[in-house]
Design a protein around this ligand. Structure first.
Ligand code: MG
Length: 159
């Protein structure tokens, strides 16, 4: 089997009055991501990792934020379209690992919901998807609650 690895990273500014979407789950929070789409930073990092592994450039190339059709879009749709792009090149997901960096809210109660949601969109077993979360110990833009970051690694296989 042909094995390919990919990594993705994404950042968004946190602002009041926006919902916080992570992994397709609405997380109760005073702030949400400022974005052209729904701002699901975790899904965006995963999409970039998948595209990178398949040699298919990045999320901004396929889903430009200048295109009105992506305004406010549910990022699960972007993930589904990304999986279709990698599948068209013969790739399937072996596993996904990811980490969300933010100071608050604490995400431990939502990790399993995010894994279930991502497994459903990716149509793979939940066991193949890992979601982790960390604070940055109050340091930097994430520590001050100004923004959020997510990092993802994926492994793809091609028969
Ligand atoms: Mg993004």
């Amino acid at each position: 089997m042909n094995i390919r690895t990919g990594q993705g990273i994404d950042f968004h500014k946190l602002v009041e009055g926006r919902p916080l979407w992570l992994g397709g789950i609405n997380i109760p929070s005073g702030k949400g991501c400022q974005a052209h789409s729904d701002g699901d930073v975790l899904i965006h990092a995963i999409c970039d990792a998948l595209l990178g592994a398949a040699g298919l450039r990045d999320i901004g190339y396929h889903f430009p934020d200048t295109d009105e059709k992506y305004e406010g879009i549910d990022s699960r749709i972007l993930l589904k379209e990304t999986i279709a792009l990698i599948a068209a090149k013969g790739f399937a997901i072996i596993n996904i690992d990811s980490t969300i960096c933010l100071e608050e809210p604490r995400l431990s109660d939502y990790i399993e919901k995010m894994r279930d949601s991502l497994a459903e969109v990716c149509a793979i077993e939940k066991d193949l998807i890992s979601v982790k979360a960390t604070t940055t110990e109050k340091m930097g833009f994430t520590g001050r609650g100004e923004g959020i970051a997510a990092i993802a690694s994926v492994l793809l296989g091609k028969r």
